[in-house]
Every structure is written in structure tokens, then in C-alpha cells.
Design a protein around this ligand. Structure first.
Ligand code: SF4
Ligand code: FES
Length: 266
């Protein structure tokens, strides 16, 4: 057949094409399901002891434990108390224990859990419980403040303080900390001895100890050489497993111990 025998599809002018209704792309409706959350509730004004309370929540594939908690608070029980701010893994305010493991509620997708079983949600351990999923973070921040988490350098540079790429990389991992406390409150040593500085404080000390511009490394090493300092660490790796930023927490603690023993910041 010659090409002249085929009928070519009519070509619209740009104006005609613009007028034609656009065929909608098929939209996949998210699958919804019911999940049971069992939340450890505690109201100091009413309860002698914390109590577990069940909630059935309608959820979608893409939603997180934080969305489930919002739904409970907005639709079932406005008295439920928990902290959150950014809702995107940046502020570190919603660390909680979910099915026995410390996580950020805003990064824990419901579909990643076995939704045929209830999901247990409770406050992080080792810090004083204030209400429901809220703990008193002051002891945690006291330890953080104690290690002097700020750059200490003398002299006034003409412009900036120079640092090579390799020097910056030396402490890159520990700059990622968002102070969520997931590591410290997953540490069995911290559970039994709340005086222990804990992984997060050591991570933040590491960030400055290995900074080539800082001049107070020895001060921080001396602080962490204390009875309640790095030597309490038993290398259980709970902290590394719990860190939502993927920081090699146990490695950072080992490097601080090494610097203490050798005086060398490798
Ligand atoms: S090291 Fe990780 S788990 Fe620990 S406080 Fe920082 S971000 Fe959170
Ligand atoms: S709400 Fe900010 S880290 Fe989860």
C-alpha cells in the first residue's frame, strides 16, 4: 500500500489542542487500612501509674506513626500529649519508643510495621516521664551543655578560619546530630545510671574535639574522662541502631576513647 492510501491523523492547531479537555491520568487511590495503636498513657494529675490504651485508626500507605498520633489527637482523644515540630526528621522532637525501638514518629512509616498486629507506642526510656509520650529533656540537655558544644578558637582571623576538605570530613558524621535523644535513651547504661553523659553528649563532643579549628579538645576530653564519661560505654551498639540520622555513634565514642588514651586526634 502506498503511503498516499493511509489516512494521516488530523493535526490540531496549538489553539485547538489547548481547548481540548485533557484526559486525566489514572489516579491510584491510596489503599486505606485500620491499624491498632496501643499507647502508653500517663497523666500525672489523674494516674498513679502509666496505662496502655488501644486506638483503632484509619491509615493510608504513605502515612507515618506521627500521622496516626495526630489522628488520635484530632479525632478521638485531644488529651493525648506528644511533642513534634517539623514533621520531617529535622527538629528531633518526636523520638519515641515504637514496638520497643527508639525512632522518630515522623520517619516511621506505618506500612513498614506488621499491621495485622497492634503497634505499641511509648515514651523514650531513662528520662523522667512528664505526660503520655513527653519526657523531661533537661537532664539530656544538661549533659549536652556540659561538654561545651561550641567552637573555641583564639585570635581573630582576617576573614574565615581555614580548613581543608579532609579536616572538615574528619568530623562530618557527628555534625548531623539533631539532638533527638534516641541514642542516649536506648542505652542500657543510661537506663541504670542517669548520670552517664550518654551517647548524644559524646557525639557532640566528638564534633568539636576533632575540629581542627577548635582549641578546647583537651578540656572536653578531660570532662568525658570522668566516672560518668566515655568509659561507661559498653559498646552495645543500641545507640548506632537507634540513630535516625545514621550517625556511627559507637564509632564516634570509640574515637573519643582513643584520643583520650593516646592524646592523638586521628
Ligand atoms: S546521635 Fe543520632 S540518635 Fe543521638 S541525639 Fe544525635 S541524631 Fe539523635
Ligand atoms: S517532628 Fe521534627 S524530627 Fe520528627
Amino acid at each position: 500500500m502506498s503511503s498516499s492510501g493511509t489516512s494521516a491523523a488530523p493535526v490540531d492547531s496549538a489553539a485547538e489542542a489547548a481547548d481540548r479537555p485533557v484526559e486525566a491520568a489514572p489516579v491510584e487511590v491510596p489503599e486505606s487500612f485500620t491499624v491498632t495503636l496501643i499507647v502508653r498513657r500517663y497523666d500525672p494529675e489523674v494516674d498513679d501509674e502509666p496505662r496502655w490504651v488501644d486506638y483503632d485508626v484509619q491509615m493510608y500507605q504513605t502515612e507515618r506513626i506521627l500521622d496516626a498520633l495526630h489522628r488520635i489527637k484530632w479525632e478521638q482523644d485531644p488529651s493525648l500529649a506528644f511533642r513534634r515540630s517539623c514533621a520531617h526528621g529535622v527538629c528531633g522532637s518526636d523520638a519515641m519508643r515504637i514496638n520497643g525501638k527508639n525512632r522518630l514518629a515522623c520517619k516511621a512509616l506505618v506500612k513498614d510495621f506488621d499491621i495485622s498486629k497492634p503497634i505499641y507506642v511509648e515514651a523514650i526510656k531513662g528520662l523522667p516521664l512528664e505526660k503520655d509520650l513527653i519526657v523531661d529533656m533537661e537532664p539530656f540537655f544538661d549533659s549536652f551543655r556540659e561538654i561545651q558544644p561550641f567552637l573555641q578558637a583564639s585570635g581573630k582571623p582576617e576573614k574565615e578560619r581555614h580548613q581543608t576538605i579532609a579536616q572538615r570530613e574528619r568530623f562530618d558524621d557527628t555534625t548531623k546530630c539533631i539532638l533527638c535523644a534516641a541514642c542516649t535513651t536506648s542505652c542500657p547504661v543510661f537506663w541504670t545510671d542517669g548520670q552517664y553523659f550518654g551517647p548524644a553528649a559524646i557525639v557532640n563532643a566528638h564534633r568539636f574535639i576533632f575540629d581542627s579549628r577548635d582549641e578546647a579538645s583537651q578540656v572536653r576530653l578531660d570532662i568525658l574522662n570522668d566516672r560518668e564519661g566515655v568509659w561507661r560505654c559498653r559498646t552495645t551498639f543500641n545507640c548506632t541502631d537507634a540513630c535516625p540520622r545514621g550517625i556511627q555513634v559507637t564509632k564516634a565514642i570509640a574515637e573519643v576513647k582513643q584520643a583520650m588514651l593516646t592524646g592523638v586526634k586521628l
